[in-house]
Ligand binder design. Structure first.
Ligand code: FEO
Length: 170
């Protein structure tokens, strides 16, 4: 059985993952409005991944015989000045998510819940990738600056991303 503190932290994380999805959908819609369909695609797939993360944690809570606590999902920002601002926010947001994932792993460790600690390791590793890919895109955007041709090339590159279910056997 999950201890109360861990259940609370996991429930909050379900909410945070769905908030992330909502945030990336808002960014995707904004990129679409800017005519940057490839960037919109990348962000849409990012949102799908976040929903998969949230759903996996939700399922895990049930597997452990508990019920998640539900709370309202916050309204994300819905207007963005430009693409660099968006990806700056993606990186900042993922850094916050990393802290909250690490915090759950720490609680699991303190409570000697080895199963939950082990479960959280997937998310710990995933956050390394999440931060790396946001940093990579942000670096490219800084290099691109005001060059619209290069921005379109990046748009094309990000348009190639396809959704891969991170938990195919679930
Ligand atoms: Fe599910 Fe982007 O962390």
């Amino acid at each position: 059985m999950l201890r109360e503190k861990l259940l609370g932290a996991l429930s909050n994380q379900v909410n945070a993952e769905y908030y992330s999805a909502y945030l990336y959908l808002a960014m995707s819609a904004s990129a679409d409005q800017m005519g940057l369909k490839g960037i919109a695609n990348w962000l849409f797939i990012q949102a799908q991944e976040e929903m998969a993360h949230g759903t996996r944690i939700y399922q895990y809570i049930l597997e452990r015989g508990a019920a998640p606590a539900f709370a309202a999902i916050d309204l994300p920002p819905t207007s963005f000045a430009d693409v660099p601002e968006m990806f700056g926010m993606v990186l900042e947001h993922e850094q916050k998510v990393t802290q909250s994932i690490n915090n759950i792993a720490t609680i699991a460790m303190q409570e000697s819940d080895h199963a939950c600690y082990q479960f959280m390791m997937w998310f710990v590793n995933e956050q390394v990738e999440e931060e790396a890919s946001a940093t990579d895109i942000l670096d490219k955007l800084r290099f691109i600056g005001e060059n619209k041709g290069m921005l379109l090339a990046l748009d094309n590159e990000l348009g190639a991303r396809v959704f891969v279910d991170p938990f195919p056997a679930q």
